[in-house]
Write a protein that binds this ligand. Structure first.
Ligand code: GLN
Length: 294
């Protein structure tokens, strides 16, 4: 019966809950959002929802569903409501102190694995700058148990979150610490790869007023120089922390590929190239380091 889901006394079925996509007009994944909110309220998986569409919700399940649906309708990211997001098949705890991991950032992980394909079984040292939830560092650590992956973030809350994620996933080959880019890295340290998904959005980008990004920390999104400041700083400084033969890999905005390639070429990196994301936009630019930091 239409509208019955809003009557506090009526029993509500799974199917009725799933018919409420119209209450999330601003979400581009309303149906999926409903399914995941319902899974959360019922503590079941998505397959269960399709097996038992006629099951009714208990009062507390219904309360949880109504509350979380209201939060989602107000624009709060699903990942914040659920406190969780999948990245690279890892389930990560997420909170408002960091960027929510994006599927496109998996390209940064893939490209790193490709650049270091011949070193897959050798003990490599990897540095992930601006690690946030720890997503990139943990994905690399999970793929390459023999590598030692260090994640750095300027937010103490983010570092605590990344440490919890690492501990929960049992990835003991990771280590997380607080620092402003390279500031806390000993000058004598050298890495086989330095990776980063830094802030790269220009402060006047209208995209910042839309969707999930409104709920994410500006410091993880926005950079000076039309979004290039952090990318430039990391690219310059990384030359002092890479082993000869090491790699720098940077995620960037979809319109920044050419300028980041130019930057890396000017700084003396070799084999500079860009990989596209799942939306076919330029997303990750990388270059090799021959030695001799300028
Ligand atoms: N790709 C993200 C977005 O456009 C931004 C991530 C970042 O700034 N590092 O929302």
């Amino acid at each position: 019966m239409p509208g019955s889901a809003l009557n506090p006394n009526a029993s509500v079925t799974v199917a009725q809950c799933l018919a409420r996509a119209g209450e999330l007009p601003h979400s581009d994944s309303a149906r999926l959002d409903l399914e995941l909110l319902l899974c959360d309220a019922l503590d079941r998986d998505r397959a269960w929802l399709y097996t038992w569409p006629e099951k009714t919700l208990t009062v507390s399940q219904r309360e949880r569903f109504e509350q979380t649906l209201m939060r989602r309708a107000a624009g709060e990211p699903l990942a914040h409501i659920l406190g969780q997001r999948e990245f690279w098949s890892l389930s990560l705890e997420v909170n408002a102190s960091t960027l929510i991991p994006r599927p496109d950032t998996e390209v940064l992980v893939e490209t790193t694995l490709t650049c270091l394909a011949e070193q897959a079984d050798q003990p490599q040292r990897i540095l992930d700058l601006g690690t946030g939830t720890g997503a990139v560092a943990l994905a690399l650590a999970s793929e390459r148990p023999g590598w030692a992956v260090q994640g750095v973030d300027c937010s103490t809350e983010a570092v605590a979150l990344a440490q919890r994620n690492g501990a929960r996933l049992g990835l003991t080959n990771t280590q997380f610490s607080v620092g402003d880019w390279f500031s806390a890295i000993a000058p004598s340290r050298r890495f086989h790869a330095i990776v980063a998904n830094p802030p790269y959005i220009a402060s006047d980008d209208p995209h910042l007023e839309q969707g999930d990004v409104r709920f994410e920390p500006r410091s993880a999104l926005v950079a000076d120089e039309a979004g290039l400041a952090a990318l430039r700083h990391i690219a310059q400084a990384a030359r002092s922390y890479l082993v000869p033969g090491g790699w720098l890999l940077l995620e960037h905005g979809w319109q920044q590929g050419a300028v980041v390639r130019q930057l890396l070429n000017e700084l003396g990196y070799h084999s500079v190239a860009t990989r596209r994301d799942y939306g076919d936009q330029e997303r990750v630019t990388y270059g090799g380091f021959s030695g001799g930091a300028g």
